[in-house]
Structures are given as structure tokens and as C-alpha cells.
Design a protein around this ligand. Structure first.
Ligand code: GLP
Length: 245
């Protein structure tokens, strides 16, 4: 694993956006795995900026998002469909037909999960997967537990995840109870993984994920087994690692 620590979130965003752009320049038809939450916002801003400046095109790129809430209308401002449009898709030249998210409103969710996995396979798998990390070590919406599913599946969100995401919804009661998420097996199949964390509140889970035992009780710890894991941290998120200086 390769860990990079940045003095500011802005520098981290620039480095992450440059890594993604460099990747696309080398492989214009790259398949990107995308994340939501607060962490990638600055990176998406940078990507949109670079597109506006004519430095990058997403015309041949394919994207797969990690997850989506169940039973939240796609036009709800907090759906991940709406998030992606607002923060990235509306600002770049990615063809909408190649921007994929799981559908949390499918009548048959099991079939939707299979469809999503098949689509990822058909696209040749994920080249670069961007990941944030939840305070309990979740990646995508793969919550800690005694076991983890490999493929796309429906999950019941942990109470701490619903509490954390209540800040976007106004109240915890508004936060959906379930989500569809890519599984850890699919995430680990990505050829390159970019794990990103910012802020002191992530320091402890970053330490557990990167240096603790590999266990389903901390899904992000499974990333330690990946041959090409790049970790981008700001100083605050890195402070429990003992390498931040
Ligand atoms: C969310 C998402 C994850 C994200 C994580 C951390 O609920 N499903 O993909 O990485 O929680 O979010 P944030 O970046 O807002 O801290």
C-alpha cells in the first residue's frame, strides 16, 4: 500500500483529481468506480474544473457508483443519483448512458443487484475505484458484521451510518433504512483502489483499517489485501498512524 499525506484537503483533492485524470489520459476508455459522501466533493469540483479548462475529457469513460439508498426517489436531492448529477455529471462530458448507479427503487432488488454486477463484468471490471470510509469502517455501504457479501446486495444501514448521514437529510427519520451496495468482492477486484479520508474524526478508523487486523468487523481492513491500494489522507486523518510527522 502507498500512503500519501497532505497538508491540506485542497492539496489532497488536487492530487486525487490529477491521479484520476492521468489514469484517463493513459486509458481514455477507463472504467471508474465512484463514491459519494462529503469526502469526494472537492475532487469532483477539481475534475469539473479540469474539464472546463479543456485538460480532460470523459467522453469514453464508463462509471459505476458504489451504492444507492433503497426507496428514495432518484430525484430526491439526497439520492446518490441526484448527488452525482449535481456534483459531477452535470459538469462534464461523460455520456449519461455510461454513468451507472444501482437502482434502489427496482421492484425486484435481487434482480437489480445481479444486473449491476453483470454490467460491471461486461464493462471489463473496474479499473480505478475511488473510496471513502465510514466511521465504523464501512466502504460503499458494506457495514461491519460477521460476514460480508462479495457482489452487489441490499444492506440494512447501521444505526451509526444513519446518524452520520442524518446531517444531509435534516433528521435521522428521513434517512433510508436500506441501501444497495457493490460488494467487497467487486471492490477488491478493481485494478487500482484510491482510498481517501479527511478530518480528525476519521483518524481512528483509518488506523484500524490500515494497520489493524483484517476482519469483516472493519470492512475497510480488507483493503490491506489489495495489491494496488493508494491511500490519500490529510494530516488530521493520518494523525493516529504515527507517520504524519
Ligand atoms: C457514506 C457512503 C460511503 C462514504 C462514507 C463516508 O454513507 N455510502 O461511500 O464513503 O459514508 O462518507 P463521508 O465522506 O461523508 O464521510
Amino acid at each position: 500500500m502507498n500512503i500519501h499525506i497532505f497538508d491540506s484537503g485542497e492539496q489532497l483533492d488536487e492530487a486525487a483529481a490529477e491521479t484520476i485524470c492521468g489514469f484517463i489520459r493513459a486509458k481514455p476508455g477507463a472504467v471508474l468506480g465512484l463514491a459519494t459522501g462529503e469526502t469526494p466533493l472537492g475532487i469532483y469540483r477539481k475534475l469539473a474544473e479540469k474539464f472546463r479548462e479543456g485538460l480532460i475529457s470523459f467522453r469514453q469513460v464508463t462509471t459505476f457508483n458504489l451504492d444507492e439508498y433503497v426507496n428514495l426517489p432518484e430525484d430526491h436531492p439526497e439520492s446518490y443519483h441526484a448527488y452525482m448529477r449535481r456534483h459531477l455529471f452535470d459538469h462534464i462530458d461523460l455520456p449519461p448512458s455510461r454513468a451507472h448507479l444501482p437502482c434502489g427503487n427496482a421492484a425486484d432488488l435481487a434482480a437489480e443487484c445481479q444486473r449491476y454486477d453483470a454490467l460491471i463484468e461486461e464493462a471489463g471490471g473496474i479499473d480505478l475505484q475511488m473510496l471513502g470510509i465510514g466511521h465504523n469502517g464501512h466502504i460503499g455501504f458494506n457495514e461491519p458484521g460477521r460476514e460480508l457479501a462479495a457482489g452487489t446486495h441490499v444492506v440494512r444501514l447501521a444505526p451509526e451510518t444513519r446518524r452520520a448521514n442524518a446531517r444531509f437529510f435534516g433528521s435521522i427519520d428521513e434517512v433510508p433504512e436500506r441501501a444497495v451496495t457493490m460488494g467487497v468482492g467487486t471492490i477488491l477486484k478493481a485494478r487500482l483502489i484510491l482510498l481517501i479520508a479527511k478530518g480528525a474524526d476519521k483518524a481512528d478508523i483509518v488506523r484500524r483499517a490500515l494497520t489493524g487486523p483484517i476482519t469483516t468487523e472493519c470492512p475497510a481492513s480488507l483493503l490491506q489485501t489489495h495489491p494496488r491500494l493508494v491511500v490519500l489522507l490529510d494530516r488530521a486523518a493520518a494523525k493516529a498512524l504515527g507517520t504524519a510527522g
